[in-house]
Design a protein around this ligand. Structure first.
Ligand code: ZN
Ligand code: ZN
Length: 269
């Protein structure tokens, strides 16, 4: 089995304190063949000034230094987790033109300008209303952003729902989720399987099995696997469960990327 982790953070992400070299060593310890470093750049009304303070050129220099140093042990690729918001799409499209990424994850970390982590979106809104707004923005991002490969942790909003039942039942959001999956397929983009949901106690990867099954049913093929590790110990975490769910959804191939171009390889379960 070709082993990879397509979603990894380092201390160039403001919510991560693990030096890049430790993440790389963690990946080598797991015997991975290939990784993509996907540090955050968030284009959102709330987070931009903070996240913007990272020295991005220094980051890229460091990443390519490590890519060379460790080239006989592991393949390291240049990626990004882009935090997107529909209103910022012009800035996003301009920014993405400047760099030669191998792989771009687009994610929604905000809805209506609110950082989901801070839970302000939920004040005065029902679960149905909040989750629906979150999915509507994902659909807009897919339509407005030109350059990306997969959508990250597509259904992670339950992680932040304030009290009681946070579950997300596919049937309750069928129309909007189907529109998202169809838009991704139409644009030749994919879905990320993100195992961090298990670490967050949600007992599932993102997106959950019902959504992955639906993606397959609609003709979806592009699928990547990532841990979303912010610590060395979380590199490639719960991949056994990830593969189990990928298999249950009916997928036989995973995708890796070079220069934003997808390449499929068979999963040997
Ligand atoms: Zn994320
Ligand atoms: Zn992430």
């Amino acid at each position: 089995l070709y082993k990879l982790d397509y979603h990894l953070h380092t201390d160039y992400s403001l919510d991560c304190y693990e030096p890049m070299v430790n993440i790389i060593k963690g990946a080598i310890a797991h015997d991975l063949d290939e990784i993509v470093i996907t540090d955050h750049v968030d284009f959102t009304r709330e987070m931009q000034p903070v996240r913007g303070s990272i020295d991005y050129d220094k980051y890229i220099t460091q990443l390519f230094d490590f890519k060379n140093i460790y080239s006989n042990k592991i393949k390291i690729k240049f990626g990004i987790e882009l935090g997107a918001e529909p209103l910022e799409h012009k800035k996003i499209n301009e920014f993405l033109k400047k760099y030669k990424y191998d792989f771009i994850i687009m994610s929604s970390h905000t809805t209506a300008g609110y950082d989901l982590w801070a839970r302000e979106l939920f004040i005065g809104r029902s679960k149905k209303e909040s989750y629906s707004m979150y999915f509507e923005e994902i659909l807009q991002n897919i339509k407005l952003v030109e350059k990306f490969c997969v959508y990250g942790h597509l259904d992670f909003i339950p992680r932040y729902w304030r009290t009681g039942d946070n579950s997300l039942v596919y049937e309750d959001y069928k129309d909007i989720i189907d529109s998202i999956l169809k838009a991704l397929i139409e644009k030749g983009k994919g879905v990320e399987v993100n195992t961090s949901g298990i670490r967050y106690g949600l007992n599932t990867v993102h997106p959950q099995l019902s959504i992955l099954k639906r993606y397959k049913e609609l003709g979806g093929e592009i699928l990547t696997l990532g841990s979303d590790a912010h610590k060395q110990k979380d590199v490639a975490s719960d991949f056994d469960k990830g593969y189990e769910i990928i298999k249950a959804a009916g997928f036989k191939y995973l995708t890796r990327f070079d220069n934003l171009e997808p390449e499929f390889f068979e999963i040997k379960f």
